[in-house]
Design a protein around this ligand. Sequence first.
Ligand SMILES: NC(=O)c1ccc[n+]([C@@H]2O[C@H](COP(=O)([O-])OP(=O)(O)OC[C@H]3O[C@@H](n4cnc5c(N)ncnc54)[C@H](O)[C@@H]3O)[C@@H](O)[C@H]2O)c1
Length: 255
Amino acid sequence: MAQRLDGRVAVITGGGSGIGLASARRLASEGARVVVADVDGDAGRAAADEVGGLFVQVDVTDEEQVEALFQTAVDTYGSLDVAFNNAGISPPDDDSILTTGMAAWQRVQQVNLTSVYLCCRFAIPHMLRQGRGSVINTASFVATMGAATSQISYTASKGGVLAMSRELGVQFARQGVRVNALSPGPVNTPLLRELFAKDPERAARRLVHVPLGRFAEPEEIAAAVAFLASDDSSFITASNFLVDGGISGAYVTPL
Ligand SMILES: NC(=O)c1ccc[n+]([C@@H]2O[C@H](COP(=O)([O-])OP(=O)(O)OC[C@H]3O[C@@H](n4cnc5c(N)ncnc54)[C@H](O)[C@@H]3O)[C@@H](O)[C@H]2O)c1
């Protein structure tokens, strides 16, 4: 594996599972020192142990805990080069706007959008001090495409992540800090498996729109994270970096 991240320090929220876990493995394999941040102590600790990194138990909706997370990364490893702000939820009570109540709406906004605001607010000052950094915020293809199978707060939260990332990418572009939104298509992770496990028809209804004909594997998203984290993407900022199997470009898909 190329050592594109040799000596770089990467914080990954939601690093205990799915896309975050695959990214912890990938960034570590490219030489990064990885800080796994997760609310799930067992999963997060296991991930950090596996990649020889540091685990910090964090609820990404908590202002003080997020501030302490990035400070701990800098205190432990001496810098903060990559912030992969990736933790997110997709609970079943976030559904059609006709049935989604305030509690579900607010919880998803907190975990998916407010967390990214907090992570950017507390990560970027470290990067500005160094004059270098790459922030990658996990949005989703649903930030730019409508679905009749609505998860209304999730979609709105990812639209917020996309707009916020663009703005920050522009604001800090001349100070060495790049900020990109990463928009995966549907990925074969616990989050998605849980959603479709009981209902294969729900999965089939979505798969028909994917030109590549399958869901992504977490490792395929992690490869994009490693690219955006590294200097190979030095001219990419304020982007919506789609890794979606062609969904966003498709009208009629192959049989
Ligand atoms: N799986 C997909 O199809 C898909 C598609 C597009 C975007 N995404 C986004 O990718 C990101 C990762 O998704 P995934 O599929 O890997 O999910 P996942 O459920 O496998 O992992 C999410 C991780 O985030 C952690 N987490 C949840 N709430 C937290 C909190 N309050 N504080 C700290 N950690 C918390 C969980 O403990 C878990 O380890 C999410 O932002 C999700 O919205 C996923």
